[in-house]
Design a protein around this ligand. Structure first.
Ligand code: F6R
Length: 612
């Protein structure tokens, strides 16, 4: 949830740290801070607010030094404010720490340290870390040993970067359940929570694993196991990212860029994965578990937020076309259920854009503990979930920076459709059906372009609704989860209250809310539930409800029922969500922009939810 970055090398650290923070800001943005070290002096600057405020505060001040650490925060313990902003330090201002994660036993450690006379300056859980490190330094330990000793006392999750005035020219880094990557360039090192802060300097990275500690100086680095001190020889990876992928280019916001990237994203998720003549999907990441997959009787799909909505669509696909019993559970609830999992015939499939979501990761760990095969549909290559799962499929849609997930969703649906072909053809799906889905998938990018071409009209519709305070989204079958997703998009970036639900549930309660001021967004393509949806629209109309409808091109009937109609091209029923979600993303985007909201960084949210 927080972004951390550190630099050590031959260049001035401050501009590199600031640039890194700007790129990481989507991970959290309620306060920011940094420390730059020059010999035995350090300068710390912290602010409440965004990274731009930090730059303003530094202003013309010369922050010199070749080593430093920085942080952009999403508050968990302690309100957003300067005193709670990282880096935190001990009373003597010797040890400075930036931290992403949660120290679960901080109350207990704090109490013990206070009894020893320690004074705390902030309300954060993090502050216990520099105090503990300082205590061990005072007892004679080197910085790396002191960090190791301190971290062994901590329960919870962390990615930490530590520097000390008394041991200059060194960054100590460690991780436990929060991502951390070390970028390696010519005599310089950048260490950060994700590659976006690294790729402009080097594409060579090392991903730290849980329980690993790195000691970095300008001449090199040593990585060891925190518990055993054993030195580890880590593999260098080459990041595939193109820097332009992490930049807005001509677009006003990352979200808009990512919405418009969807035809390309779907193409990338499909690339090389369809065998048209055989009506089959090739999923290299599942090769090693193919036999196990053949024996599956039930698949559990687990995810959070938008990825959970994709999983709900996947449930319809897999049951209808692959004939595989499928269960969907929101990751944050999975842990409370006593789900009965049979390792012989069941598997867990998690979906995650970031590959770092704490609840989703916890579900993977729980499933593994129960001896069940774990699979992942993950976008971030090399992320924790990608590493923890037994097998999986990457989305290959490049970094998603806008906090509201868009291209990851359509890509997740695309991969789920590929998986449906794959599992279906292992079972009873006919060659004809396999070919049909493959052909329809291939045709999607052009159809997506057609939907995107209506963006100006969607902007005009959005303009009409900016004063609306409530929205209800409805859909059935494949488009019921799209209703949930549309409502989530609107509320998270415009802060307008929006709910979604199955159209059939309308008369079981929500219809009571409908009047001329409470509009309905209905997703009604010409599919197997079309007639039933028309009845729902008639019910809304009879209560004077205003209706915006997403309909199939050429549907003249529906225009009689709705105030506004947005058309999507015809496709296979199971693939309609990939098209129908686009107008909903654009609608939410334009409403938020017209309301002057910070679309890419909505209040109270952050991109990668690495805390429970
Ligand atoms: C909403 C959104 C979130 C994420 C959720 C899961 O627009 O982005 O609901 O979908 O936090 O994140 P990942 O997919 O990274 O596990």
């Amino acid at each position: 949830m927080c972004g951390i970055v550190g630099y050590i090398g031959n260049r001035q650290a401050y501009p590199i740290l600031l640039d890194g923070l700007r790129r990481l800001e989507y991970r959290g943005y309620d306060s920011a801070g940094l420390v730059v070290e020059k010999g035995n002096t350090v300068t710390r600057v912290r602010v409440q607010g965004k990274v731009a405020e930090l730059a303003k505060k530094v202003g013309a001040q010369v922050l010199e030094g070749f080593c430093g650490i920085a942080h952009t925060r999403w508050a968990t313990h302690g309100v957003p404010g300067e005193v709670n902003a990282h880096p935190h330090c001990d009373e003597e201002q010797d040890v400075f720490v930036v931290h992403n994660g949660i120290v679960e036993n901080h109350e207990l450690i704090k109490r013990e340290l206070q009894q020893e006379g320690c004074k705390f300056a902030s309300e954060t859980d993090t502050e216990v870390i520099p105090h503990l490190i300082k205590k061990f330094l005072t007892e004679g330990a080197s910085l790396e040993v002191a960090v190791g000793k301190a971290l062994k006392l901590i329960k919870g999750t962390y990615a930490v970067l530590v520097i000390a005035k008394s041991d200059p020219g060194k960054i100590v880094a460690a991780r436990q359940s929060s991502p951390l990557r070390l970028g390696i360039a010519e005599k310089e090192f950048i260490i950060a929570s994700d590659p976006s802060a690294i790729v402009s300097h080097t594409k060579k990275i090392i991903t730290l694993a849980d329980g690993e500690l790195a000691v970095i100086n300008k001449d090199g680095y040593v990585i060891s196991e925190l518990q055993s001190d054993t030195i580890i020889d880590k593999k260098l990876e080459e990041i595939e990212w193109d820097m332009s992928e992490a930049e807005k280019g001509e677009y006003e916001h990352f979200m808009l860029k990512e919405i418009f990237e969807q035809p390309e994203a779907v193409k990338n998720s499909l690339r090389g994965r369809l065998l048209f003549d055989e009506g089959m999907a090739v999923l290299g990441g599942l090769k090693q578990v193919e036999d196990k997959l053949r024996k599956l009787k039930r698949l559990h799909l687990i995810a959070c937020g938008t990825a959970y909505h994709a999983a709900l669509v996947g449930e319809y696909m897999l049951e209808e076309y692959a004939g595989l019993s499928t269960e969907v559970c929101v990751a944050s609830e999975f842990r409370y259920r006593k789900t009965i999992l049979d390792p012989e015939t069941e598997a867990v499939l998690v979906l995650s854009q970031s590959g770092e979501t704490a609840d989703t990761l916890a579900a993977v760990k729980e499933a593994k503990q129960k001896g069940v095969l774990t699979l992942g549909i993950v976008n971030a290559v090399g992320s924790t979930i990608a590493q923890e799962t037994d097998a999986g499929v990457y989305n290959h849609v490049g970094p998603e920076i806008g906090v509201a997930s868009t291209k990851a969703f359509t890509s997740q649906l695309t991969v789920l459709a590929l998986l449906t072909i794959f599992l279906g053809r292992q079972r009873d799906m006919s060659l004809v059906m396999g070919k049909r889905i493959a052909e329809e998938l291939r045709a999607l990018p052009v159809k997506l372009e057609k939907v995107l071409a209506q963006s100006e009209r969607i902007r005009e519709i959005a303009q009409y609704y900016i004063k609306t305070t409530n929205f209800y989204y409805i859909g059935r079958k494949y488009n019921f989860p799209v209703a949930l997703e549309g409502a989530l998009k609107l509320k998270e970036i415009s802060y307008i209250h929006a709910e979604g639900g199955p159209a059939g549930e309308l008369k079981h309660g929500p219809l009571a809310m409908i009047d001329k001021n409470f509009p309905i967004m209905a997703i009604v393509p010409q599919d197997s539930v079309y007639e039933k949806n028309l009845s729902n629209l008639a019910e809304v109309k009879a209560r004077n409800g205003r209706i915006i409808v997403l309909a199939t091109e050429g549907d003249s009937e529906i225009t009689k029922l709705a105030e506004e109609v947005i058309f999507i091209p015809k496709t296979l029923e199971m693939l309609t969500p990939i098209l129908s979600v686009i107008p909903l993303q654009l609608f939410a985007y334009y409403v938020a922009v017209l309301l002057s909201k910070d679309v890419d960084k909505p209040r109270n949210l952050a991109k990668s939810v690495t805390v429970e």
